[in-house]
Design a protein around this ligand. Structure first.
Ligand code: NAD
Ligand code: DAU
Length: 347
């Protein structure tokens, strides 16, 4: 089986690529990634020489390039993660999100459809999506697979749009597909524009911790390696045309999470108790900020037997250790473009 994984040099994608390359020596894994600011081949150094792995640098929005790649490798299955993924960037440049997340997904779907026409036996288009497509929750309730889509940011609107196209291609052209909608991931190799790695980096450097609004926003956090395991399960055992929600059963208000992070960082950096908390700075809120996300992951739990394997405290601990032990990685990704992004976002 030849599998295309898009966005495999990014945060979640690199964990998925590693899992598939290491667990399935009989699959040929092709990782297609444009290496945008978020893509980093350093994330895959340990597996880059494996016989069943090929990296291809390329853009999913380049139609001719994508079509030629599908003709060359004749992919049986696709796991599609490539995306513009940061909400704040989508507020500043929404069209970039439409281009990659909507057009890019369409181009992949068309290439897959043309390759196999109506012979889709044992073929699969697996689309990785987000819980943000469901919009926001109030203080109670959970997102289920039947919750209506109600996206609030340009990022989530672009992801919702791509989900709809995947479904439409399944209905109209018979493409076998699955979609998973996952909650907030954290763990090693996450680009430090997202809450947890941004704050770890700022604590290391004694910089302010910019908490949006009053900090009373809630997210459901999942360790990235547990997400990769869920993707493996859905890839092999998920039912055609089904959606599965994936979540951590692990809700945290931002401000409580930040305080826990500060406490753990003080201990690890041997700093005086309470010193990182002093860096907390309340800043202007994110426009259209969703109050709360929380996933009901009982379907994937009951049907496929998946559940998270690490507690949040364990996962956070491992994550902090990784960033402290990989300062070169952090330095490399926070030089260049990151500096101008940071200035623009937080000045
Ligand atoms: P990321 O930003 O870390 O990585 C995205 C990857 O896609 C990068 O390697 C980048 O180079 C690549 N890419 C971007 N545009 C491309 C293009 N035009 N052509 C080819 N490659 C391109 O993102 P992530 O956090 O790893 O998210 C991966 C997927 O999972 C996304 O689809 C995202 O919507 C979804 N998701 C993320 C989370 C999360 O918490 N991070 C949660 C649920 C779902
Ligand atoms: O829910 C899944 C989604 O989680 C994914 O689809 C997205 O790709 C991913 O980026 C993430 O989106 P969020 O917007 O929830 O993640 P982020 O890390 O940007 O923010 C988490 C919370 O922290 C959110 O309430 C905003 C807040 N925040 C974030 C940053 C970057 C701050 O208070 N300050 C900050 O500087």
């Amino acid at each position: 089986m030849t599998i295309l994984i898009t966005g495999g040099a990014g945060f979640i994608g690199s964990h998925v690529v590693r899992l598939f390359v290491e667990a399935y020596s009989n699959y040929h894994v092709v990782n297609l990634d444009a290496l945008t600011y978020a893509g980093n081949l350093e994330n895959l150094k340990d597996i880059e020489k494996k016989d069943n792995y090929t990296f291809v640098k390329g853009d999913i929005t380049n139609e001719d390039f994508v079509n030629n790649l599908f003709q060359k490798y004749r992919f049986d299955r696709v796991i599609h993660l490539a995306a513009e993924s940061h909400v704040d960037r989508s507020i500043n440049d929404p069209l970039a999100f439409v281009k990659t997340n909507v057009m890019g997904t369409m181009i992949l779907l068309n290439a897959f459809k043309s390759l196999w026409t109506d012979n889709f036996i044992n073929k699969l288009f697996y689309h990785i999506s987000t819980d943000e497509v469901y919009g926001t929750l109030g203080q109670t309730g959970l997102f289920t697979e039947t919750t209506s889509y109600d996206p609030n940011s340009p990022y989530s609107a672009s992801k919702a749009s791509s989900d709809h196209f995947v479904r439409a291609y399944g209905e109209t052209y018979g493409i076998p597909y699955v979609i998973t909608n996952c909650s907030n991931n954290y763990g090693q190799n996450q680009f430090p524009e997202k809450l947890i790695p941004l704050f770890i980096n700022n604590i290391i450097k004694n910089k302010p911790l910019p908490v949006y609004g009053d900090g009373n926003y809630t997210r459901d956090w999942l360790y990235v390696k547990d997400h990769a395991v869920a993707i493996d399960l859905v890839f092999h055992k998920g039912k055609n045309k089904e959606t599965y929600n994936i979540g951590g059963f692990n809700e945290w208000k931002n401000i409580d999470l930040v305080k826990l992070l500060c406490k753990q960082m003080d201990e690890k950096l041997h700093r005086e108790k309470g010193s990182s908390e002093k860096l907390i700075t309340y800043v202007k809120d994110r426009p259209g900020h969703d109050l709360r996300y929380a996933i009901d992951a009982s379907k994937i739990n009951k049907e496929l037997g998946w559940k998270p394997s690490v507690t949040f405290e364990e996962g956070l601990n491992k994550t902090i250790d990784w960033y402290l032990n990989n300062e070169d990685w952090l330095c490399n990704v926070t030089s260049g473009e990151y500096q101008s992004y940071y200035e623009k976002q937080y000045s």
